[in-house]
Design a protein around this ligand. Structure first.
Ligand SMILES: [Zn+2]
Length: 302
């Protein structure tokens, strides 16, 4: 490892390990996602001084981290597997509290939420970028590596390099479109077979290789709901590192067809108005943000 982070963000599974003194404060603020913006992102991380660098690289424990900069502080993100206690013991994190990353991100626009999603994305990347997918060689950090000749942005800390076959790997994201389809004053919400209870959300799906975002949006709506749309327009995006999505939000208008579920992925869908909404996705997700914006009158009627 070439970079020396000032602080570390440590994750285990879908949880962030946070200092115990902060856990109580966070629990009191996480109710309905409000007030989290008052927490400094740095507080959910750990000073590097307490984490032996010998834990990383070629040591017997051999952990790795992905470095990133946030508000001018260099962080390392670490992802531990379940039951992987060696790191926790060596780094003195036995009293750390497990806090769900999704709860930390429940304020869509807060710095704390941005930090939690960014750190989680890097933590995932370090887990899946250990070996070269082409030749199986062990990857190293590209930035600052003397064999790596391409100029890299100095913040491209996530880039990996294979010294054996000289390939470069940049952090991977899986783009997915998510679309609010409107028909008059109603919106189309669907229940995915994986969703708990009566939770309904917007139509969403991964972009396929060789496809534009717009094509993906139209295809997903056609496949999942059997309808055609018009006036597709981009709204905004959100990194969603569970494990590596980049969500791209769109707005579209119904054009033709009767909405019906595909019966495989989607077992129920319907048109809902602002006062007949079913159970919605969690706050902090772009789905909820777009639905809340609609309910608040944020998208002008056609
Ligand atoms: Zn290779």
């Amino acid at each position: 490892m070439i970079l020396d982070p000032q602080r570390f963000a440590v994750f285990q599974g879908q949880d962030c390990l946070i200092p115990p003194q902060l856990a109580e404060v966070l629990h009191s603020k996480v109710v309905d996602g409000a007030l989290l913006s008052t927490i400094e992102p740095e507080l959910i991380s750990w000073p590097a001084s307490g984490i032996p660098l010998a834990l990383f690289g070629d040591s017997p424990l051999g952990y790795s981290y992905s470095a990133f900069t946030f508000q001018n502080v260099l962080y390392g993100a670490v992802l531990l597997g379940d039951g992987e206690e060696g790191f926790i013991k060596a780094a003195g994190l036995e009293h750390a509290v497990h806090f769900p990353v999704r709860a930390l991100a429940s304020d869509f626009s807060s710095q704390l939420g941005r930090f939690a999603l960014l750190a989680k994305a890097h933590a995932h990347w370090t887990e899946v970028s250990r070996f070269c997918g082409a030749c199986g060689g062990r990857l190293v950090d590209a930035n600052g590596n003397e064999d790596f000749r391409e100029p890299l942005d100095e913040h491209a800390h996530g880039a990996r390099f294979c010294p054996r076959c000289r390939r470069t790997f940049f952090p991977r994201m899986s783009p997915a479109v998510i679309v609010l389809v409107r028909k008059g004053n109603a919106i189309l919400l669907e229940h995915n077979v994986r969703f708990p209870g009566n939770r309904h959300s917007l139509i969403a799906g991964f972009v396929e290789i060789g496809e534009t975002l717009e094509e993906a949006a139209v295809r997903e709506i056609r496949e999942e709901a059997g309808i055609e749309v018009k006036n597709l327009r981009y709204l905004r995006s959100q990194p969603w590192p569970f494990p590596d999505s980049l969500m791209l939000g769109f707005l579209a208008e119904w054009e033709s067809g009767d909405a019906r579920p595909d019966g495989r992925e989607i077992d129920h869908l319907d048109w809902y108005t602002a006062d007949t909404l079913p159970e919605l996705p969690m706050k902090g997700s772009i789905a909820r943000f777009i639905i809340d914006t609609f309910v608040g009158g944020g998208f002008s009627a056609p």
